[in-house]
Design a protein around this ligand. Sequence first.
Ligand code: SF4
Length: 435
Amino acid sequence: MARIYIETYGCTFNQAESIYMGNKLRAVHEIVNKPEEADLVIINSCTVKQEAETKLYRALRRYKDKKIIVAGCVPQADPELKDTKLRDYSIIGPGAINRIVEAVEKTLRGERFVDLSNHRPIRLGESLRKNKIIEMIPINDGCLANCYFCKTKQSRGDLYSYPLKLILNHVDLAIRNDAKELWITSQDSGAYGLDIGIDLSLLIKKILEEHRDKFYWIRIGMMNPNHAYRMRKQLGELYKDPHLYKFLHISVQSGSDKVLKEMNRPHNVRHYIESVKYYRSIIPEMTIATDIIVGYPTETDEDFELTLKLVEKTRPNIVNISRFWPRPGTIAANMKQLPFKIIKKRLEQLHLVVDEILEKENSKWIDWKGIVLIDEYGKNGSLKARNYAYKQVVIEKEEVEKTGIDIGDLVEVKITNSTKHHIIGKPLRIIEKNK
Ligand code: SF4
């Protein structure tokens, strides 16, 4: 039996795959929480941004005295790396993770394991618990788009939706085993089912029909705005159900239709604006999350102004801002790049606008009283919780110690303060202790 540490970068889908590998390995080996305790380290890499890829190479240097397996999207998107920068390591692509036990055995014996085959294993059927109460529900692999900046597409490929029945069985198992948050996850949740003649709204409807009584909240993961717009009537109705977090993550990337076209995105600005309007007309407190890329090679000052205006107009509650990074092998990497000075200035401008919105929107929650679910550990002994609108509520250490609350508890809180990132809650009473 060996001691294994798994380090994960990137999206929720990657996190789900690390949990899947951990489950398979746990039957034969010990999974440890600290790299220094491990004989072997699995690095589940992410290729979406240059920063994420740099993290992998830093980790390889950090763990140079350990046996290492590189998993995830970096080697899958760039298979030639197996003969160059990654030639000294075992490698397992996302399509081969069901062979992780074999990969570990071989690596422990000092041999090299390499499998970058394009199989698409379905990561369902056994529990994928992020912690005591959060269950990952991967619903599809790949997407329908072909965005010119995206490296992930090269590793994940075209849309492959998992059969409805398998997902429903997985959800059923999770709820019977007391999962309280279900994270619906994929590269584009909105694309689910379009290759098999169904859609995301049908999947959500079925889950809700089959599980009426027990407490749980569903978080629907990122989708492209064209899908949110296409399904607005059906999804809008479903969002009224108390089991759904009022949380919509629609990735707009730019406020300029010209840039969206030059990115080869599958949506336009109207899809995003109309979606925000429509879903907020049904649920005014809906948390809208979005992603924006600053400094795409063809982005002019006028295009960037449009992005600023779009943010000001739609006031999203979460904005993931990324600097554009040319990713090798993508079409956008061959375009003439913008000077860093310009990108830096635009990043600063956008951060200023976003910070002001977030601070103001979060402060509106002060004095709100209601139920939250404690779902993760925070910094310095604090706990993180979510309310029905997926607002992150931080409960500070002193309150945690005073009340004895823990992950999985349902607690009534009063919001006493806010920052641009979260709101701060004071527990009033425990509604239900987690078993
Ligand atoms: S939708 Fe676009 S950005 Fe997202 S994974 Fe697919 S190609 Fe990449």
